[in-house]
Write a new protein. Structure first.
Length: 85
C-alpha cells in the first residue's frame, strides 16, 4: 500500500512557479529524426516542463530527507563500547 499526498497551489502563484521551475525549458530541441544538429519547436510546454521539474525536485527532497534521517539513526545506534582495553 502506498501513501498518496497532494498539494494545492493557489492559482495566483502558478505563473511564478512556472517561471521558477521552467527556468531551463528549451523553446527548441534537437530534432530526434534529424542529423543531430537541426532544431525543432519543443512539443512540451513550459508549464509541463515546470510541473515535471517541480515533481522531480519534490521527490528528490523527500528522498534526501529520508536518507539523512536514516544516517542519523544509524549513527546514533553505533555501540561505542571500547573494543580494546
Amino acid at each position: 500500500m502506498a501513501l498518496v499526498r497532494s498539494i494545492t497551489i493557489k492559482t495566483e502563484f502558478i505563473p511564478e512557479l512556472t517561471e521558477i521551475y521552467g527556468e531551463f525549458w528549451p523553446e527548441n530541441i534537437i530534432d530526434p529524426n534529424g542529423d543531430g544538429v537541426a532544431l525543432i519547436p519543443n512539443t512540451q510546454t513550459k508549464a509541463q516542463y515546470a510541473a515535471e521539474t517541480f515533481d522531480a525536485e519534490w521527490k528528490e527532497s523527500v528522498k534526501n530527507r529520508v536518507i539523512s534521517y536514516r544516517l542519523n539513526v544509524a549513527k546514533n545506534s553505533i555501540d561505542n563500547t571500547e573494543i580494546i582495553e
